[in-house]
Design a protein around this ligand. Structure first.
Ligand code: SF4
Length: 337
């Protein structure tokens, strides 16, 4: 049975207009989020993870330019398919989608909450904007969501200001806020990065159980392959605005084929060999202002092929139904076999 695609990113090209000229930040990005599954978007900062997903809710800065052939197709709960990039900014439809069909949680809860209104005020307003509910019903729903994410005494907490909650509790309240509108898709942008490991584990557990209960599809953005291995069914590894490896988490982590994915995995501690030295990916991600020609990873790649990788962009190679890699090593292997 083919999985149902909920959100499909197709050939997304994005540049930012700056004083120095146009800077390309996404170059033909394509990936799919399937119903009820979690897709991990992985890569260092500057790889384009957040820019891609913010395009789905038109939350990027105004100086953004999107390429003509780019599409992000959302399948709504009633089956309607909408290319969100074709919607007018601030139109009723995109406002309905943002926070309605697509919920968002961020690394910093204060990106979602205003400090000057109570948690309850903000949740009731969001619920009433996206769901048909009276004030009383919305408040009851908000309390129920706060309870669901593990906040004790939600009847009292709901009347507190975000600044009165601990960091972990604010993170939970933000998840409750995002889920209170019953979204089909949840975009979680580094939601656990700022948390200590115990709270991080609790939040990941919470997201897993809420996903099962509410049948949500989740895009989980992180720079940490260790975290993504715990939560994601599928992975898209991004580097400098390109998806370089894409597939099921099992396949990508067991059989990584792109030198960048291999490098990210080597940088993770191995519990069986704690004496081994960690080897982070060498060098720094280049500035988008100085985007390398050819394969964007060639300036850091230990396996770069002289005379080829610096001048030619590798095309994606389909290794299995659900494992795709963009690297000349693969195209050469294919040609030789
Ligand atoms: Fe390395 Fe070349 Fe593959 Fe890029 S295409 S990852 S530079 S081997």
């Amino acid at each position: 049975m083919t999985a149902e695609t909920i959100l499909s990113f197709e050939n997304l090209d994005v540049s930012f207009k700056t004083d120095e000229g146009m800077i390309k930040v996404l170059d033909g990005v394509s990936f799919k989020l399937e119903k009820g599954r979690t897709l991990g978007l992985v890569g260092e900062s500057g790889s384009g993870k957040s820019v891609s997903t913010r395009c789905a809710v038109q939350l990027n800065a105004r100086n953004i330019r999107i390429g003509a052939g780019s599409r992000i197709v959302l399948t709504e709960q009633d089956g309607t398919q909408t290319d969100v990039l074709s919607l007018k900014p601030n139109s009723r439809k995109i406002r309905d989608i943002r926070g309605g069909e697509i919920g968002m949680i961020f690394q910093e809860p204060m990106a979602s909450f205003s400090p000057v209104y109570t948690i309850g005020n903000q949740m009731v307003e969001a619920i009433r904007l996206h769901r048909d509910a009276s004030k009383k019903q919305a408040r009851e729903l908000a309390i129920e969501m706060l309870r669901k994410v593990g906040i004790s005494s939600p009847e009292q907490r709901i009347d507190q200001y975000p600044g009165e909650l601990s960091g972990g509790m604010r993170q939970r309240a933000m998840i409750a806020l995002a889920l209170s509108t019953n979204p089909n898709v949840l975009i979680a942008d580094e939601p656990t990065t700022a948390l200590d490991v115990t709270i991080q584990a609790q939040v990941l557990d919470l997201m897993r159980s809420l996903q099962q209960e509410l049948e949500m599809s989740i895009i989980f953005i992180t720079h940490d392959l260790g975290v993504v291995s715990q939560v994601a069914h599928d992975i898209a590894v991004m580097y400098l605005g390109k998806v370089v490896e894409y597939g099921s988490t099992k396949e990508v982590l067991k059989n990584p084929q792109h030198p960048y994915t291999q490098g990210l995995l080597k940088a993770l501690p191995n519990v069986d060999h704690l004496e081994d030295r960690l080897s982070p990916v060498g060098g720094d991600i280049p500035s988008p202002l100085e985007r390398p020609t050819g394969c964007p990873f060639h300036t850091r790649c230990p396996q770069a092929i002289s005379g080829l990788c610096a001048s030619s962009m590798p095309a994606p190679t389909q290794l299995t139904d659900k494992h795709e890699v963009s690297c000349h090593l693969l195209t050469q292997q294919e040609a030789a076999s």
